[in-house]
Write a protein that binds this ligand. Sequence first.
Ligand code: UD1
Length: 421
Amino acid sequence: MDRLVIKGGNPLKGEVTISGAKNAALPIMFATLLLSKKTILHNVPDLKDISTAKKLLEILGCGIKYYPEKKICVVEPPEFPELEAPYNLVRTMRASILCLGPLLAKRKSARVALPGGCAIGSRPVDLHLKALKKMGAEIEVVEGYIEARCDRLKGAHITFDFPTVGGTENILMAATLAKGETILENAAREPEIVDLANFLNKCGAKIKGHGTAVISIKGVEALSGTTYSVISDRIEAGTYMVAAAITRGEVYLKNVPICAMDAVFEKLREMGVFIEVLDNDKVKVIGDDSIQCVDIITQPYPGFPTDMQAQFMALMCTANGTGIIKETIFENRFMQAVELMRLGADIKIAGDTAIVRGGRKLKGAPVMASDLRASAALVLAGLAAQGTTIVRRIYHLDRGYEYMEKKLSALGAHILREKDD
Ligand code: UD1
C-alpha cells in the first residue's frame, strides 16, 4: 500500500491538464457490451477503476486493449457476452453494476454480484432493479448475486423515485435494445449521462432528451461501433481549482468542461476565488487570504455536486468566517471531517449538516483516507498545512485521480509517494 507525504504551505503555480472523466468513461466502457462492432475510445484516463472495468469486460468476453500513454481504449465486443460479474471485482468497484442493463439487453440473462454498502453510505441498487422489472425482467437475489432474466426487454414508462445517476445509465443502456419505447422520468441530468447517450446515439441508438429530466429511448435491433472521445472530468477540474484556492496560488487549467461546472464556479466565486475563463476549455484560478466561507447544499446535477463537497470543506477550513454544508445525496459523506480536525480544522457534524469554522492555520499530521473524494480533500488540506502531512490508504485516490502527485508536483507542490509500512 502507498502513502503520500506532503510538505505543505507553498502556493501552487503553473498549468495543469484535466484528464478524461472516470464517471463518463466507465458507463461508456460497459455500454460496449451492447455493440456488435469494434469501438475506439479516446480520452480514457489511466486509473485503477478503468483497469477494474477492463478486467470485468475481459471476463465478460470482450477483447480489450488500453494504451495509457495515448489514453485510448479499444474494445471488441463479443457476439455472446459471458453472463457473470463476480463479487471480487464488483466489491472493489460499485460501478460494475453498470454491466447489468447491457447484459440483460444483449443476452436476456445476467448474474451480477450485488454491490454492498461502502464508506459513504448504504448505496442500494433497488431503483435499477425496479426499473428493469418494469421492462419485463425477472430478478432474484441468490447467494449475494442479482440473477436476472427476461425475454427481449420491453420499453416501459419509468419514473425514478430519485434521479439516480447509475440507475439512469443502466436503464438507458438496457432500453437501447429493448422492444419499443422507454420513457425515463425524473432521470438524472449529469453531463456523464449526456456523454453516454451521445456515444450510444453515435452507435445507432435512438435516445432523446438526455440532459433533461425526461429521456426517451426507442429500442433498435442492433448497435454498431464507433470512435468516440470521452468528456473531461469536471470533478478533477474542480479539485485542482480548489487546490489553487487553498494554497493561495495561481493555476491555469486546460481541458476544463466549463459548461458542466456552473455550480462549482459559482460557489468558488461566491467565496471570493478569482476565476477567469480564457478560452472555451481553459481557466485561470487565483486564491488569496480574503476567501470567505459559504453555505453549500449538495444536490443532483445541475446542483452542487456531492463529489466536490469534501474538497470545499477543506477549503472552508482555511477561509474566513463560518460556513454550513448540507449533504443530501449520501448519508455518510463527512468522513474527511475528523481527519481534517487532526490538521487543526474546526468542524461540527450534526446528521447531514456540517458547520465549518474557518480561519484555521492548518498544521501537518498523519491522516487516513476513507473514500475517493475524502482522500482528495486530505491532500488539498495537506498542501495548505504548515509542515508534513502523511495521507495513508491512497488506493482510494488512485481509483479516480490520474497521476495526482505528478500533476501537483508540476505545479510546485512538495508531494511524494512512498510505500507504507
Ligand atoms: C454516481 C457517481 C458518484 C457520485 C454519485 C452522485 C459514478 C460511477 N459514480 O454514483 O461519483 O457521487 O453518482 O452524484 O458515476 N440510490 C438508491 N437506490 C438506487 C440507486 C441510488 O437509494 O437504486 C441512492 C444512493 O444510495 C445514493 C443516491 O441515491 O444515496 C445517489 O446515488 P446515485 O445517483 O445512483 O449514485 P451512483 O450512480 O452510485
